[in-house]
Design a protein around this ligand. Structure first.
Ligand SMILES: [Zn+2]
Length: 316
């Protein structure tokens, strides 16, 4: 059986697997990225992590048929370049050639959310369908489109930036330079920011007591407070769900997908978020298109990006 490597490069950790084309994971490794130590150290850590995963699978990196890599930020897929990854401090890094030179095997590079979309399509919640949208809601919001069984990359590989759909024309300024992007209103970071503002604004809420640091309330604390019936926390989650639902309504009208699959930390809230998101999407989309589309939680958990790159490497 051919074995493939998959590396999911994040701002805080590197997660590597060695797996068969059927998605069976035989070895894995996780270690901190340490982006402050510079590009060379980061690439060294990626190769060490993959070697450790290969070793635990009883093989070596050089014996792998191909390696897939998921990186944050837009990718120029033809040249294998990470165009911009602010949380790594990278601009125009030719990651594919750096890694293929060191590993001595063919490397496929993809944006992390696109890779995750492909992972859910091949191995996860998207397997019954031909056209799906994957949306991850965690620190930021990312997306990937599988259209007629193909990963849709756009002109240079930067397609499906769902987090930068404008859902509030006069909303907060986004890091991307635009205003009112979904990511600024409904990501885990945005939920935490709203909660901190509620505490600092003196609102009557248990967020103040639950937060380790009331000047920096996290989305996890908001979820806990909401589950305990806190009205302010529930209002914050409802606002985020409404914005996500507005974006989903537009995506349903534009692409008529069979499913929108929701991953990332916020998706772990399950029905608490999926139900209000679905209700808002219904109000915002054509009836037939809405009825064609299921809004589902992701199935693959933390392995999703790495498994997606394995599937891409196996296809290459
Ligand atoms: Zn933006």
């Amino acid at each position: 059986m051919n074995l493939y490597g998959g590396i999911d490069l994040g701002g805080t950790k590197i997660y590597s697997i060695v797996a068969g084309a059927d998605g069976s994971v035989l070895g894995e490794d996780e270690r901190p990225t340490l982006p402050d130590h510079g590009l060379e150290v980061c690439i060294e850590r990626m190769t060490e992590s993959l070697a450790a995963a290969a070793s635990s699978a009883g093989t070596a990196t050089s014996a792998l048929a191909a390696v897939g890599v998921a990186a944050p930020g837009p990718i120029e897929f033809r040249d294998g370049i990470v165009s911009a990854a602010p949380n790594l401090g990278w601009t125009d890094v030719p990651l594919r050639s750096f890694l293929s030179d060191r590993l001595g095997v063919n490397v496929v590079l993809e944006n992390d959310a696109n890779a995750a979309a492909y992972g859910e399509f091949i191995y996860g919640a998207g397997t019954p369908y031909d056209t799906i949208i994957y949306v991850t809601v965690s620190t930021g919001i990312g997306g990937g489109f599988i259209l007629d069984r193909r990963l849709f990359q756009g002109a240079s590989g930067a397609a499906a930036e769902v987090g930068h759909m404008v859902v509030e024309p006069d909303g907060p300024i986004c890091n991307c330079g635009s205003v009112g992007c979904l990511e600024m209103l409904a990501s885990g970071t945005a939920i935490g920011r709203s909660a901190t503002a509620a505490v600092e604004g003196g609102r009557d809420t248990i967020l103040r007591e639950l937060a380790a640091d009331p000047t920096e309330v996290t989305a996890e604390v908001v979820a806990e407070a909401a589950a305990r019936g806190d009205a302010v926390a529930n209002e914050i989650l409802d606002d985020a769900a409404r914005y996500i639902g507005i974006a989903f309504g537009t995506l349903i009208n534009l692409l008529n997908p069979q499913a929108i699959i929701v991953g990332g930390g916020v998706s772990r809230l399950g029905a608490r978020m999926i139900e209000p998101i679905t209700a808002e999407a219904r109000r915002r989309s054509f009836r037939q298109s809405f009825e064609d589309c299921l809004i589902l939680p992701a199935a693959l958990g933390r392995r999703v990006g790495a498994l997606g790159t394995v599937a891409l490497a196996a296809d290459a």
